[in-house]
Design a protein. Structure first.
Length: 133
């Protein structure tokens, strides 16, 4: 997978202020502020680079106010979504990011449904929905 690298000015122009704050600045949108995505078959892709990240059938309602998924499109051990330690806000969390453009997506927690037991809690502004053709 080829990396996508752009200047801050290019990212700002492409993404707009809120998506730039989240994807490039490791921000978090307020819970419940992002409109819900459509139902039906499809894939959630990175708003920064179009990298396919999460399938519609892995989405679930976590009650948190953010889109939640139990695994990325290529599984927990895949190469589309990367992880790193986030020790901000006096907490120890696992950040998830797009491996193609390094955009911040959200965090993953060990309190999700089976089959993985994981909850990928993702900022909706970091995603776009691509319906299945």
């Amino acid at each position: 997978m080829d990396k996508v690298v752009k200047s801050d000015a290019e990212w700002k122009e492409q993404l707009g202020p809120e998506a730039f704050k989240v994807l490039r600045g490791h921000g978090t949108e307020r819970a419940g502020t992002h409109e819900d995505f459509p139902g039906g078959d499809g894939t959630y892709v990175c708003k920064g680079c179009g990298n396919p990240l999460f399938a519609q059938d892995a989405k679930f309602d976590s009650g948190t106010g953010w889109p939640s998924f139990y695994q990325p499109v290529d599984g927990v051990e895949g190469d589309r979504v990367g992880e790193s330690q986030d020790n901000s806000w006096f907490m120890k969390r696992t950040e998830v990011h797009c491996n193609r453009c390094d955009g911040h997506l959200g965090h993953v927690f060990p309190d999700g449904p089976q089959p993985t037991g994981l909850r990928y809690c993702i900022n909706g502004v970091a995603l776009e929905f691509a319906p299945k053709d």
